[in-house]
Every structure is written in C-alpha cells, then in structure tokens.
Design a protein around this ligand. Structure first.
Ligand SMILES: Nc1nc2c(ncn2[C@@H]2O[C@H](COP(=O)(O)OP(=O)(O)OP(=O)(O)O)[C@@H](O)[C@H]2O)c(=O)[nH]1
Length: 462
C-alpha cells in the first residue's frame, strides 16, 4: 500500500489533463484547482486548510507570468508542489538536542496511537546516529506496557529504566537522573495513554513535564484516524504545549488527510513518520519529499538513505570485485535478496521511485513477499557446490532441490533463469560503471545500492 494512494492518483490525473492542453486560460486553471480541491477534501484534509491552500495556489497560478510562460502546466504543478511542501512545514524539522546531556524527550499520545512502539523506533533511530538512548517506562496503568517496553528495549539493544507501578512523575525524574549518572545522552519517556483526552491524563503529563523539563514533547498520533488525529493534536497542544509530532501508521493511511493538515492546524511540525510495525519502520519527515511522493515524482532521497542503512558497504565492494571477476554466485544472489528485504515492504519502496506510480502495469503489481521466502528456501536447499557452480544443477538435482524446499521443479527452473539474467545484467552494469568511472563521469546507480541489488527485481514475477 502506498501512502496517499488515491489522492496521488487523482492529482496526477488532473495534471495529466492540464499538460495535454498546451496553452492554458484562467478558466482551465480554475477547473483544475476545483478538482484539486475535491481530491484534497476526499483525502480527508481539513476543509479550512484546503480553502487556504487553494487560494494560495490560485493567487500564484493565474497571473500572466504563469499562463503566458512556455510551459504553463509545469508551472502550475510546480506551484502546487511548493505549496504542498509549505503546508507540511517547508523544511524538515529536526529533534532538538540539549546543550548539556541528557536530552529529554517526552512521548505523549492517546492509547493505541503507537506510543510505546515509537519509543522503541526512536531509540533505534538515535542509536544508529551514534547516540546512547535510555527508555523510561512511565506508563504505569497498563501493567503490560512496562513489559512491552522492556521487550522492545531488548530487541533494540537499548537499556530500559523502570520502577514498576509507582508514581510516574517520580519514575521520569529518576530515569533522567539514571541517564545522567550512567552517561546515557538521550532519555525517551514513554507515558500513559487514554482513549480520550481527559483532565486527569493532562494533569499527570503536566506534572511530568514540570519535573523533567523535556527538550522535546513529541505527540504520537495515528494517521489512520484522519481528522480525529488532527483534533487530538490541537487539543494536546492547547493543554500541554507540544514541540513536534510523530505521525504513525502512515503505511495504513490511504488518504493522507492528517499528514496534510496537522501542521497547518497546530503550527507544530511532523518530525517523524511511522511506516510499519517493525522497529526500523521510522522515517524522518521531509515535507518536500512527501510532496514529491504525493505528486508521483517519487522520493529518491529517502530511498537512498534507506539503502545506505540496509546495505553493508563492505559487502557491496566485495560483490563488485566478484562481478568483475565473473564469480557472482547464488549465495550472493541470496545475500542481495536479504538486503533488499531489509529495506522494507517492496510496495513502499516502489512508491518512492519516480514515475513508477504512473506505469499502468505496475499499478496492480502486488509484490509477493512469500515469493521472496520461496526463493530463499530453494537456495537454502542447494549444496554449497551447487550455489557456487549453478551450471552443475541438472535434472535430478533440480528435482531434489524442489522436494527439499517444498517447491516445484518449475520454481527451481525459474529461479535459475532469473539468476542467470541477473548475473548477465549486473555484469553489463558494472562494466558500464567502470567505463563511466574511467571517463570521470557519474554512474546512474544509487549510492550504496548498486551493484548491490538484482535489477530484475522483484524475482519471480510471472
Ligand atoms: N501498521 C503500523 N502499525 C503500527 C505502527 N506503529 C504502531 N503500530 C501498531 O499499533 C498498535 C499499538 O501500538 P502501541 O505502541 O502498543 O500503542 P501505545 O500508544 O503505546 O498504546 P498504549 O500503551 O496502550 O497507550 C500495535 O499493534 C503496533 O504494532 C505503524 O507505524 N504502522
């Protein structure tokens, strides 16, 4: 599922028609903007936000400068892109860091918004940046919450501070003290949630805030709640004062209304987006990249960052050498598959590649994660000899491998064909890159990605 799927589709359709017109009149632009308005409202964007947005775009788009330019449709799209970016806050808003550690981050939000999960994700994210976080369990009403945080901490390799079911204010204070005395530089306090905003909860959060003076109060809201999420954010901000927002479950939100309105309504930026249940499914929120994804222009920068995190640079170098010597094996193929899977769900990845959204045949491509598992099972059923010298895999070996991996001989045949295609293509790519490198030019590959990924991806597409 791609975020903003329907909004993105509708906007691209509007602009496709606009582009088809060549010369534009004011009426053409007004018609297009009316459709943009309908699309935004259907995406559950707050109606006041939509109204202001359309007014701003219209003001910039109907002038002579745009309409009489050589590429009026392009100009209109550019204006929409810029205004969408501005709507979501313009620049990426970073987390603040305390001048003197520890930095204290207070996570607040309703029950089920994904607070505890995102405490863990944030810890993983900070650790990857070389920080030393501490998770503090101050959600004492739901006994399972403390345990949940401990489990997350173990998975993330991040220490967890807890004192059982005591006063959350005391726990938060002791947690910060613990970080200070043990040299941990960032404290993430997980607080209790309720089903609704209520006085008791707000009172408790205010007391915690006063006790630990956090550098960041981050509100965790569920994007799937749409306009309710925006109302919750407004309420929390009014009562508690927040510094930023973590918008969760963006992977499940087809409409995108919350992402587009929450900044405009609260005046506070979205700092992170949660895109899945796993601990690494967290993206720093970049308004311009999100605008680009909405308009079907892809998001290559986020893709590159993900790839750099997932791909082991040393392995990629080793692979490049092997390719040059024509020693690429099925073991390498399997390694690449594993790396690819670490990037996240393939549909999310595909939505970040410019232009892919517009390709008809890709629109109904449902990436089959099971197919990836099957490919891995087949390779695992081979002997080391077979993986390194696939040419020895004859008919009887194919039958044995199929039986061993619980697949059919046809599956094994297909995999071997794909492996051959991949090997051939990768050889071509790597010799192209070498030629380009010799000429001092830049290769077309993504840094950190190539030649790390099978170009025929995803494998097993029939
Ligand atoms: N798809 C998806 N699911 C998520 C995401 N973040 C959290 N979840 C799921 O949402 C559910 C609730 O998450 P929790 O972290 O337990 O929520 P919480 O806000 O801590 O809840 P309380 O502790 O009860 O206040 C869990 O099943 C998570 O796996 C996300 O970004 N995407």
């Amino acid at each position: 599922m791609a975020v903003f799927e329907s909004l993105s589709g509708r906007l691209q359709e509007v602009f496709r028609r606009l582009r088809g017109k060549g010369k534009l009149t004011e009426a053409d632009v007004n018609d297009a903007l009316r459709e943009v308005r309908t699309a935004l409202l259907a995406a559950d964007v707050n109606f006041r936000v939509v109204k202001d947005f359309i007014a701003r775009v219209r003001e910039r788009a109907v002038g002579a400068e745009v309409l009489e330019s050589l590429t009026p449709a392009q100009q209109v799209i550019k204006i929409v892109y810029e205004e969408l970016t501005a709507l979501m806050g313009g620049e990426h808003a970073k987390l603040s860091v305390a001048p003197k550690p520890p930095t204290v981050i207070l996570l607040v939000g309703l029950q089920g918004s994904g607070k505890t999960t995102h405490a863990g994700k944030l810890a993983v994210h900070l650790r990857k940046q070389g920080r030393r976080p501490l998770l503090v369990a101050a959600d004492v009403y739901r006994p399972a919450a403390v345990r949940q945080l401990q489990v997350l901490g173990e998975k993330a390799g991040v220490p967890v501070f807890q004192m059982g079911q005591q006063d959350p204010v005391a726990i938060a204070r002791a947690g910060v003290e613990h970080a200070r005395s043990t040299g941990l530089d960032t404290v993430i306090v997980d607080t209790a949630g309720r089903l609704h905003v209520d006085d008791e909860l707000m009172g408790e959060l205010e007391r915690i805030k006063a006790a630990v003076s956090p550098h960041e109060v981050l509100l965790v809201v569920d994007a799937m709640a749409g306009q309710d999420a925006v109302n919750v954010a407004e309420e929390f901000h009014r009562r508690l004062g927040i510094d930023g927002i973590i918008l969760t479950k963006l992977d499940g939100d087809q409409r995108g209304g919350a992402a587009l309105s929450v900044r405009a309504v609260t005046g506070r930026p979205i700092k992170f987006a949660g895109t899945g249940e796993k601990l690494d499914a967290l993206e720093p929120f970049h308004p311009e990249r999100m605008a680009s994804r909405i308009l079907g222009m892809g998001d290559v920068l986020t893709l590159i960052e993900k790839a750099q995190e997932a791909v082991d640079a040393e392995k990629a170098m080793a692979l490049a050498k092997k390719l040059a010597k024509d020693q690429y094996t099925l073991e390498d193929f399997r390694d690449q598959l594993r790396q690819m899977r670490r990037l996240g769900p393939l549909e999310q990845i595909l939505s970040m590649i410019p232009g892919l959204g517009r390709l008809r045949e890709l629109q109904d491509l449902k990436v089959d994660e099971k197919e990836l598992a099957r490919v891995e099972a087949i390779i695992n059923s081979m002997t080391v000899q077979e993986r390194r010298h696939p040419e020895i895999i004859d008919g009887s070996r194919r039958r044995r491998i199929a039986a061993g991996s619980g697949t059919r001989v046809a599956d094994v045949n297909r995999l071997l064909r794909q492996f051959e295609d991949t090997r051939r293509l990768m050889k071509q790519m790597s010799s192209m890159e070498r030629t380009l490198a010799r000429r001092g030019g830049k290769g077309p590959r993504l840094p950190g990605l190539g030649p790390g990924l099978p170009p025929g991806f995803p494998p097993g597409r029939r």
